[in-house]
Design a protein around this ligand. Structure first.
Ligand code: FAD
Length: 320
């Protein structure tokens, strides 16, 4: 079932569903941890599982003569394969993420064709970030600079039009397309209004729904929804929540994700006595956020696990 349909059904039934995001294992590890995590969350009836896509990392390997060899490696490959394996094993909807970074439009299309052949109907279309060491995002010479272009490409495939215009009478894919939205503005956007216009361009290009970046103050989400609706964005906007889980995240989360942490949360974490205390505080904060969002009638809540899902299991036990 397409995510768009799941969301509409939830809205009709006045129900809030949930999804969660998993990272492919590091290269060389097994898929077992992914299966274990989903096993633990299945009793709470998740709407779908998202599998992130990871760009290559740049590594410098010391070699003879004190020189460094620059190697570009993907440390977490396997997004499409994992998605198919999860769908086959659990019969649950999967949403592989797809990023523009590092790919030509032909390679992106090949990945989408693979997803289509595997029966995957959902995809989250993203630009991705700059390669480590780059100052700003540089697209592949034959690729895309913004997620809206990838969305338009997928929407064309949904109409049977592929990148190689010489191929006629192509099979039409039927992807439901999700995109990212930023309640506290994307870091590179000049202002919130312009960022919303760019988000609208993704929806106009064919996105069915939006999943937000994490936020820790629901007021940011409610303001964002108002701004989206004012700008004419009518698709569902799924709030993304991350359970705060370690003291170092007080600086890491703002630095990496450009999000604000409310003073009350910062104070509660700073006065925690140990790591379990911090995790419990993060769970309680996240449960309170989710309760308010459920009461506001959101059709789904998306949980970021960042590779650590036992706290999401504890939250799901409280809420779903
Ligand atoms: P875009 O929509 O292209 O926006 C990027 C920036 O460009 C914004 O500042 C926007 O305002 C601006 N912009 C957009 N269109 C235009 C235009 N036409 N002209 C000028 N400026 C424009 N990253 C990964 O690598 N893998 C993942 O699996 C992954 N999953 C994510 C899931 C979610 C729900 C979210 C919120 C983020 C995820 N990310 C992931 C991170 C994401 O790739 C980065 O935040 C990236 O910097 C932006 O991606 P985007 O798709 O929002 O890009």
């Amino acid at each position: 079932m397409k995510i768009f349909e799941i969301l509409r059904q939830a809205e009709r039934e006045g129900r809030t569903r949930f999804s969660f995001e998993l990272l492919p294992p590091l290269k060389g590890e097994t898929i077992g941890t992914i299966f274990d995590t989903i096993d633990a969350l299945m009793p709470f009836d998740p709407a779908c599982v998202n599998i992130t896509y990871h760009r290559q990392d740049v590594k410098y390997i010391p070699c003879a003569g004190g020189l460094l060899e620059r190697r570009v490696v993907r440390t977490r490959p396997g997004t499409v394969g994992i998605s198919a394996a999860v769908a086959g094993r659990f019969g649950i909807e999967v949403v592989p993420h797809l990023i523009c970074g590092g790919f030509s439009k032909y390679e992106l299309e090949d990945l989408l064709i693979e997803m289509d052949f595997l029966g995957i109907e959902n995809v989250l279309a993203l630009r991705g970030d700059a390669l480590k060491g780059e100052n700003s995002f540089t697209p592949h010479p034959d690729g895309y600079n913004h997620a809206s272009e990838l969305v338009a490409h997928i929407a064309r495939m949904n109409r049977g039009l592929y990148a190689d215009a010489e191929i006629e009478n192509c099979h039409s894919t039927c992807f439901s397309i999700g995109v990212a939205g930023y309640p506290e503005k994307h870091a590179q956007a000049p202002n919130p209004e312009t960022d919303i216009l760019h988000l609208k361009a993704k929806v106009d290009a064919g996105a069915d729904y939006i999943v937000t970046q994490m936020f820790f103050d629901n007021a940011a989400y409610f303001r964002f929804i108002d701004a989206c609706r004012t700008a004419g964005i009518t698709v569902p906007v799924i709030p993304g929540l991350k359970p705060f889980s370690a003291k170092r995240q007080l600086t890491l989360l703002p630095e990496i994700f450009h999000v604000d942490l409310p003073a009350d949360l910062v104070h509660a974490v700073e006065t925690c006595t140990g790591s379990e205390d911090v995790r419990q505080t993060g769970i309680e904060w996240c449960v309170a956020q989710a309760r308010e969002l459920k009461a506001a009638g959101v059709p789904a809540i998306h949980f970021y696990t960042m590779g650590n899902s036992d706290n999401v299991v504890r939250i799901a036990k409280e809420l779903f």
